[in-house]
Design a protein. Structure first.
Length: 240
C-alpha cells in the first residue's frame, strides 16, 4: 500500500467520488441490459463483458497514439490490457505483444479478442500484477491506468479503481528497468482522476512526458481534459 494523499482540494475529491459512484450506477444498469457489448473501434471488433472496462468516447486518444507509435518487430507491453484493445492495435502494426492484467474476465476477453482480430499469434496474454509476471525489456509500454484511487468493492469496479494508486505507483517505480535503451511509453489519464499525482510519479521516477493527444470537455459544468502522454526516461529522448 502507498502513502498516497490526494493532490487536490477536498471539493475536488468529493466531486470525483460523486462522478465515480454515478458512473458505477450507470454501468450496473447497463450490465443488466447488455452484459456483453460489441464495439467497432479503430478497425477492430471487440466483444467486452460488463466486468471489463469498455471503450469510452475518449479511448481513441490512446488508441490512435498506439497505432502511430507501434512498429513492426518491436516488443510491446500492454499493461492492464482489459479487453486487449491496445495490445491488439500494436499487433496489427506488426509488433510482438505481451498483454497483462489481474482481472480473469479481462484475460479471457483479451485472448478472445486477439483471436477475433487475427493477431493471437502476436499477443501473449498473461496474468500479472503490474510487472510480477513480466520479463525482459520492451520498445514500447502502453498503460491506461484506472483514474480513481478508491478501494474496489467487486471485480467490475476493479476495472475503474486502483486503491491508493498502488499499481500506478509500482508501475512507475519499476518501468525504467523494463524499457530498452530507446524505449518509450504511452500513458493515458485525465483530470477526472488525480492527474497531479500522475505528473508527480513521472517526475519523481525520472521520466519526461509530452502530450501527444488531448480532448477537453465538460462534466456537470466543470471543465475536464483527457490526455495521452508520450513518456521517456530523462536520460534519453526516443527517436521517431
Amino acid at each position: 500500500m502507498t502513502d498516497y494523499e490526494p493532490m487536490m482540494d477536498p471539493a475536488g475529491v468529493e466531486r470525483i467520488r460523486w462522478w465515480h459512484e454515478r458512473a458505477l450506477a450507470e454501468g450496473a444498469a447497463l450490465a443488466v441490459s447488455e452484459p456483453v457489448r460489441t464495439f467497432d473501434y479503430l478497425g477492430l471488433t471487440l466483444v467486452i463483458p460488463a466486468e471489463v472496462q469498455p471503450i469510452f468516447p475518449v479511448s481513441h486518444l490512446l488508441g490512435e497514439a498506439v497505432l502511430a507509435e507501434a512498429r513492426p518487430g518491436e516488443r510491446v507491453l500492454d499493461m492492464g490490457t482489459g479487453s486487449g484493445v491496445n495490445g491488439i492495435l500494436a499487433a496489427t502494426k506488426g509488433a510482438q505483444v505481451v498483454a497483462v492484467d489481474v482481472n480473469p474476465y479481462a484475460l479471457e476477453s483479451a485472448r478472445a479478442n486477439a483471436e477475433r482480430n487475427a493477431v493471437a499469434d502476436r499477443v501473449d496474454v498473461r496474468e500479472s500484477d503490474v510487472f510480477a509476471a513480466v520479463d525482459g525489456e520492451f520498445d514500447l509500454i502502453v498503460f491506461d491506468p484506472p483514474y480513481r484511487w478508491f478501494a474496489p468493492r467487486d471485480v467490475r469496479e476493479r476495472a475503474w479503481t486502483d486503491e491508493n494508486y498502488r499499481a500506478m505507483t509500482e508501475f512507475f517505480a519499476q518501468a525504467r528497468r523494463h524499457l530498452t535503451p530507446t524505449g518509450r511509453m504511452l500513458i493515458a489519464f485525465g483530470t477526472s482522476g488525480d492527474i497531479a499525482y500522475l505528473r508527480h510519479l513521472m517526475a519523481a521516477n525520472g521520466f519526461n512526458a509530452a502530450v501527444v493527444a488531448s480532448l477537453a470537455g465538460d462534466r456537470d459544468g466543470v471543465p475536464v481534459e483527457y490526455f495521452t502522454f508520450r513518456v521517456t526516461p530523462e536520460t534519453h529522448t526516443a527517436s521517431g
